[in-house]
Design a protein around this ligand. Structure first.
Ligand SMILES: Cc1cc2nc3c(=O)[nH]c(=O)nc-3n(C[C@H](O)[C@H](O)[C@H](O)COP(=O)(O)OP(=O)(O)OC[C@H]3O[C@@H](n4cnc5c(N)ncnc54)[C@H](O)[C@@H]3O)c2cc1C
Length: 349
C-alpha cells in the first residue's frame, strides 16, 4: 500500500487538490491511499473538493500556528509522518511550497526533488519509489533531469496545473476526515501571525483557458490587439518574460520557467523566439502555432503550424477569418496531445 501525503496550501487549494493526480501517478498500479493535510482552512468549496478526491483528510486547526509559518507546518508534517509512515510527501511548487518543502525535508532527513513537471514510472521496478523518475528542469530549463526517488519518504514539490486528477470519490465514498490537533507544546513556529488578507484583483488564470494568444518581444506593439482577439475567442493573452520585464504585460500572464506552466488546446505564439525558459512553460499543448518573421526561430521547430509572417498581419488576417469561428472548437478534445519536446511536421503557411 502506497501512502501519499499532500500538504494543501490554503490560498492555492485548487493546485494542491490537483496533486492527488501526482499521488496516483506515483503509486501506479499499486494499491494507494492519498492523504491531504490542511491547517486552518476556512473554505467550504475547498473542503468539498478535497473530500471528493482524497481518501483521507487530516484537518488541523490551531491558532498558535499560522498557515504560512513554514517551521510550524514542517513540524506538523514530521509528526504526521511519524504516525502514518507516508511513502511520499508532495507540496505545490508555489512560493510558500518552495520554503516549506526543504524545511520539511531537513526535519525528516530525506532528499527533496523540487519543481517537478512530470512523473515517469517503470512498472517492473519492484518498489513504487524505485520505479519512479521525477522530471524537473535544470540549467535554466535548457535540460530536463530525471531524479530517482530513493529512501522514505520520497519528497517533491510539484508545479501547478500538470497533474489534474479526473477521478472523484463522488457517489462512492467521501474522504475519511480526521480532526487533528498538533501536539502540545506547539511545534516550533517562526512566530508568524496573519494580520490581514488583501484580496487580489480578479484576473483570469491563463492556466484555465483553452486558447492562449501569447505575445513576445517581436509583437510587443500589438499586445493590446492580440489580447482583444484572444478575449473575443473566449481565450486569454499570455506573454513571454521579455514582454513582462519591459512592462507591457502583467507578470501573472507570463509563461515559462519563472512564470506559469500552461496546457491549452491552442497556443498561438506571436513574435516569441522560443527560448528554453519559455518552452519550459508549455506542457501538453494541443496545437502550437508559431507566428514569426524568422522561420529559424527555435519555437518554429516545435510548432504544429508555422506562419512566417509579421504578427500584425497575422492578427489582421485572423480577425478577418475567425469572425464567426472559434478555433478551439475545431480541435477534437479526444485528439492525443503531444508534448513540447516531440518534433512534429510543420506545414509552412
Ligand atoms: C532564469 C531565467 C528564467 C527565465 N524565465 C523565463 C520565462 O519564464 N518565460 C520566458 O518567456 N522567458 C524567460 N526567460 C527569458 C528567456 O531566456 C528569453 O529571453 C525570452 O523568453 C525571450 O522572449 P521573446 O521570445 O519574447 O523575445 P526575443 O528573444 O527577443 O524574440 C523575439 C522574436 O520575435 C520575432 N519577431 C520580431 N519581429 C517580429 C514581428 N514583427 N512579427 C513576428 N515575429 C517577430 C523575432 O524573430 C524573434 O524570434 C528566462 C531567463 C532566465 C535566465
Amino acid at each position: 500500500m502506497i501512502r501519499t501525503l499532500v500538504c494543501v496550501e490554503n490560498a492555492l487549494w485548487r493546485d494542491s487538490v490537483d496533486l492527488v493526480g501526482a499521488a496516483r501517478r506515483f503509486a501506479g498500479k499499486e494499491a494507494n491511499e492519498a492523504y491531504a493535510f490542511t491547517l486552518n482552512l476556512d473554505d467550504r468549496d475547498a473542503e468539498a473538493a478535497i473530500d471528493n478526491v482524497f481518501d483521507m483528510v487530516i484537518r488541523a486547526r490551531d491558532d498558535r500556528i499560522c498557515s504560512y509559518d513554514a517551521p510550524g507546518v514542517a513540524c506538523c508534517v514530521e509528526r504526521l509522518y511519524e504516525e502514518y509512515g507516508f511513502d511520499c510527501v508532495f507540496f505545490p511548487a508555489s512560493a510558500f511550497g518552495r520554503i516549506l518543502a526543504p524545511q520539511t525535508a531537513a526535519r525528516l532527513q530525506c532528499a527533496l526533488c523540487a519543481d517537478v513537471v512530470k512523473i515517469e514510472r517503470k512498472e517492473d521496478a519492484g518498489s513504487a519509489a524505485l520505479g519512479v523518475h521525477f522530471i524537473r528542469p535544470v540549467f535554466d530549463a535548457k535540460m530536463f533531469a530525471a531524479v530517482c526517488g530513493n529512501g522514505k519518504p520520497v519528497m517533491a514539490s510539484i508545479r501547478a496545473g500538470l497533474f489534474q486528477y479526473e477521478g472523484t470519490n463522488e457517489g462512492t465514498k467521501k474522504a475519511l476526515v480526521r480532526v487533528w490537533t498538533p501536539p502540545s507544546p506547539p511545534p516550533e513556529s517562526a512566530g508568524l501571525k496573519l494580520l490581514s488578507v488583501r484580496k487580489k484583483a480578479e484576473t483570469c488564470d491563463i492556466r484555465e483557458k483553452d486558447l492562449l494568444i501569447a505575445v513576445g518581444a517581436g509583437a510587443a506593439r500589438y499586445f493590446e490587439e492580440a489580447r482583444k482577439l484572444a478575449v473575443s475567442l473566449d481565450g486569454a493573452a499570455a506573454a513571454s518574460r521579455k514582454l513582462v520585464d519591459s512592462g507591457v504585460a502583467d507578470r501573472s500572464i507570463q509563461v515559462g520557467q519563472s512564470g506559469k506552466t500552461v496546457s491549452p488546446r491552442v497556443y498561438i505564439a506571436l513574435g516569441i523566439r522560443g527560448s528554453a525558459q519559455h518552452i519550459a512553460g508549455l506542457q501538453n499543448v494541443g496545437c502550437l502555432v508559431a507566428v514569426n518573421t524568422d522561420r529559424d526561430a527555435p519555437l518554429c521547430a516545435l510548432a504544429d503550424m508555422v506562419a512566417v509572417s509579421d504578427a500584425a498581419a497575422f492578427i489582421r488576417e485572423m480577425k478577418n477569418r475567425m469572425e464567426n469561428v472559434n478555433p478551439v472548437q475545431s480541435f477534437d478534445r479526444a485528439k492525443p496531445k503531444h508534448s513540447f519536446h516531440e518534433a512534429v511536421p510543420k506545414p509552412h503557411l
